[in-house]
Design a protein around this ligand. Structure first.
Ligand SMILES: Cc1cc2nc3c(=O)[nH]c(=O)nc-3n(C[C@H](O)[C@H](O)[C@H](O)COP(=O)(O)O)c2cc1C
Length: 404
């Protein structure tokens, strides 16, 4: 028998590694798991307590069916849209996540470059490991800045000013961290800033020389945006203590949002909403957008899956503000479902960390390429060539999700 007629041996394929050989977001996750020490992988992947909400975010997407219609001319597909007036190439936004140098030496700089190259919005976090000025200097695309409600208004006002001067288009205020959720993987691993590795974790890290080399480059790893405000770089504190005492303000109320509104006349987005009541409060306090989010299941374990709350929230406030969603978005079809159910765009967190860990800027680009390609194919298969053609009749969701 002629073997050549059975298969073609592709030698290049046998040695293909890195993000370009990833076909799915989960492929990138597997690559990240190989490259990162356990302590860092757990920090990214983990959630609060029993991680019920982490799993629920994902499972809920699986409960939504799609209704294809054919012969509708889908020859030209388009995944571009506008988000709060900004034209973007994709409805996938790189959401705010702190300390990205933990994944790759270029951290936030790599993510900003990738977002710019792909025409996507990047939300730089207050808790970043490069300053907002450094990030803005390399970002070729639309940049937002995320804030926590810091207990000192002076510090907050200073951060808002820096975001404005750096050219950030919008502020994103995260409200779901009155205290930090209990991330038990981090407690067990001794995850701190910088990581304080015990013997077992140290041996595990030594087996990842590429990561070790990267983390050893550059300045100390810390929350550089806050260095002046803190008066200490916080070394030696566990990550949890650090966040609890420095980045959060348990006394904050909705009045703070009204105050922030008075400081900033650009678009203001409130992130961390899972109830209709909070969505209404955010709109009344003057926000222009809300992110239906449970912090990727990293805060209150038991909080609802975001996608199951989306229909009610869109019904309540969708005519007044743009509604975004994050939590468990891993497929183009997930993005399609969220948009068909009324979201303007989706944010992602862990997925681009996987790409960043797997291959820096190229890995983050690969992450966005995967989403965009999957979304484009899904649009063709449901018979709706553009995002504007999506409507609730494309999805079949469990009874009860739409009712308040
Ligand atoms: C490692 C990591 C760090 C994060 N840091 C922040 C942060 O500093 N500020 C914030 O608003 N959200 C933060 N988040 C939450 C994300 O913005 C987002 O809500 C969440 O990751 C979405 O879920 P997904 O990871 O399933 O996409 C973080 C998430 C991760 C995984």
């Amino acid at each position: 028998m002629d073997l050549k007629r059975l298969f073609v041996l592709d030698v290049k394929r046998s040695f293909a590694r890195g993000p370009s050989s990833a076909y799915t977001i989960d492929d990138l996750r597997v690559q990240a798991a190989r490259r990162l020490p356990r302590i860092i992988y757990d920090f990214v992947e983990g959630g609060a307590e029993d991680e019920v909400t982490v799993r629920r975010n994902r499972a809920a997407f699986g409960e939504i069916g799609l209704e294809p219609e054919y012969l509708r001319d889908v020859a030209r597909r388009d995944v571009s849209t506008t988000i709060l007036g900004t034209e973007v190439a994709s409805p996938v936004v790189l959401g705010p996540t702190g300390l990205q140098r933990l994944a790759h030496v270029d951290g936030e700089l790599a993510v900003a470059r990738a977002a710019g190259a792909m025409g996507s919005i990047y939300v730089a976090a207050t808790a970043s490991s490069y300053t907002i000025e450094q990030i803005a200097a390399v970002s070729g695309g639309p940049l937002w800045f995320q804030l926590y409600l810091w207990s000192s208004r002076e510090v907050l006002a200073g951060l808002v000013e820096r975001a404005r001067a750096a050219g950030c288009l919008a502020l994103c205020l995260t409200i779901d961290v009155p205290v930090l959720g209990r991330r038990e993987r981090d407690l067990r691993n001794g995850m701190s800033v910088p990581p304080r590795v015990g013997l077992r974790n140290a041996l595990n890290a030594v087996r990842r020389p590429r990561w070790l080399y990267g983390i050893a480059q550059g300045d100390d790893l810390t929350y550089v945006n806050l260095r002046d405000a803190l008066g200490t770089d916080g070394h030696g504190l566990s990550l949890m203590e650090y966040m609890d005492t420095r980045l959060t303000n348990p006394a904050a109320t909705w009045e703070e949002l009204a105050w922030l509104r008075s400081l900033w006349d650009g678009p203001l987005v409130v992130k961390g909403i899972t109830s209709v009541a909070d969505a209404r409060r955010a709109v009344e306090a003057g926000s222009d957008g809300i992110v239906v989010s449970n912090h990727g299941g990293r805060q209150l374990d038991g909080a609802p899956a975001t996608i199951e709350r989306l229909p009610q929230i869109v019904a309540a406030v969708g005519d007044r503000v743009e509604v975004f969603l994050d939590g468990g978005v891993r497929r183009g079809t997930d993005v399609l479902k969220a948009i068909a159910m009324g979201a303007r765009a989706c944010l992602v967190g862990r997925p681009y960390w996987y790409g960043l860990a797997a291959g820096g800027e190229l890995g983050v680009r690969r992450c966005l390429e995967i989403y965009n390609a999957e979304l484009e194919r899904a649009l063709a298969l449901v018979g709706r060539p553009t995002l504007g053609d999506l409507s609730p009749d494309v999805v079949r969701m469990p009874a009860g999700w739409a009712v308040e």
